[in-house]
Design a protein around this ligand. Structure first.
Ligand code: NAD
Length: 356
């Protein structure tokens, strides 16, 4: 039997509640599809600060490095906001991503038919949207040197080399192979030399991936097309700054923050986490939506372990549960037949996944 070691970081706020439900669903599919998951629970964020004085203890980082994947809830809260930047919960998350070499951020933006009215866009525009944004995460203008700020001027540097582009583009091509085989490279090649290099490198790489349809789009047009006709996209590949903005735009047109998963991958070990934060305003009330975390667990099964059938069983279960009208409070206004607590909807999804 195949065995996988998962480093589980619950974090703060609703983190422990949503992770519990993801574990429940993972247990259900691991039994059904005959693999074993070992969960190693570790501290990060405010929970780690309270007990160990730092947001990312060495033992958590070492456990993450020696695991097969990290499943992460969320961190942060007002209690720790006054601390110096390097001691705040977010520093732990930035550090673990960097230490694990997570250079590619994958963010699916999916519209569930049952929740089509949750989008700010008209149903006929949003219907069928299923986009995967692949954002370069550790290069570009956020990291380029020199970076300077004086009283009268400031400088940031956008810099990419061939290998940085190649490695994230390969992730996008592999993702497209598992999907509808279309990649849109979003750039600003009419103005920026870095974008011209991206086009050259990605075009050359496309020769290795038969059957993939590669197209190019300027970032200003892409921002417009995402709200005009989002269903035209399959995989969007882009650099760090453009991806930061477009991935938020793509997820938000889908309506609810409690539904969308993400993966930060590239190094030996990837991090799988919901796109939302620790939601301190609803923590401990049993009303958090665990679906984003459950779908992040499905991404872990697919991208880290290649357990595609189990991942699909989870995705089908989530769709089935939404189709049958089960809703947490955040999405209760959209065709609900039964309003569920976090624990209830997690159990129902686990049941559906076991039968999928
Ligand atoms: P947030 O995403 O935590 O919450 C925004 C709103 O969405 C809140 O009203 C919240 O109740 C709601 N919400 C979020 N997730 C939900 C879910 N699963 N089910 C139902 N409702 C949900 O963002 P915020 O309020 O700006 O930040 C709160 C804390 O989270 C801050 O400390 C912030 O730094 C931290 N944060 C952490 C991460 C992370 O761990 N990756 C990401 C973003 C923010």
């Amino acid at each position: 039997m195949k065995k996988y070691d998962v480093c589980v970081i619950k974090g703060d706020g609703i983190g422990p509640e949503i992770i519990e439900e993801a574990i429940k669903v993972l247990d259900a599919v691991s039994h059904k599809f005959n693999f074993e998951l070992n969960f190693d629970y570790r501290l990060m964020g405010g929970a780690a600060i309270d007990i160990m004085g730092v947001p990312l203890p060495d033992e958590t980082l070492n456990a993450a490095k020696s695991s097969d994947a990290v499943l992460f809830g969320a961190i942060g809260g007002a209690k720790w906001d006054g601390l110096p930047r390097e001691l705040r919960p977010e520093s732990g998350l930035l550090k673990i991503r960097k230490e694990l070499g997570a250079f590619a951020n994958l963010r699916p933006a999916i519209i569930f038919d049952e929740l089509i009215n949750a989008s700010t866009l008209k149903p006929e525009i949003i219907k069928g949207v299923d986009i995967m944004v692949v954002r370069e995460l550790t290069g570009g203008i956020y990291f380029g040197q020199p970076r300077v700020k004086n009283e009268k001027d400031a400088l940031n540097t956008m810099c990419y080399n061939v290998s940085e582009i190649e490695r994230v583009a390969k992730v996008a091509f592999e993702a497209a192979l598992l999907r509808n085989k279309k990649i849109t490279l979003v750039d600003k090649a009419n103005v920026l030399e870095t974008s011209q290099l991206w086009r050259e490198v990605v075009s050359e790489l496309a020769g290795n991936y038969e059957g993939i349809n590669l197209e190019f789009m300027y970032v200003d047009n892409a921002a417009m097309q995402l709200v005009r006709a989002p269903a035209q996209f399959d995989v969007i590949l882009t650099e760090n700054l453009f991806g930061d903005i477009l991935s938020d735009e793509a997820s938000m047109i889908c309506g609810s923050i409690g539904l969308l998963p993400s993966a930060s991958i590239g190094g030996k070990v990837g991090i799988y986490e919901p796109i939302h934060g620790s939601a301190p305003d609803i923590a401990g009330q049993g009303i958090a939506n665990p679906i984003a975390t459950i779908l992040s667990a499905a991404m872990m099964l697919k991208y880290a372990f290649g357990e595609n059938e189990a991942a699909e069983a989870i995705e089908l279960a989530v769709r089935g549960v939404l189709r049958d009208g089960y809703r947490t409070k955040d999405i209760a206004q959209y065709d609900a037949k039964e309003i569920c607590s976090t624990v209830e909807i997690g159990s129902i999804i686990a049941d559906y996944a076991a039968k999928a």
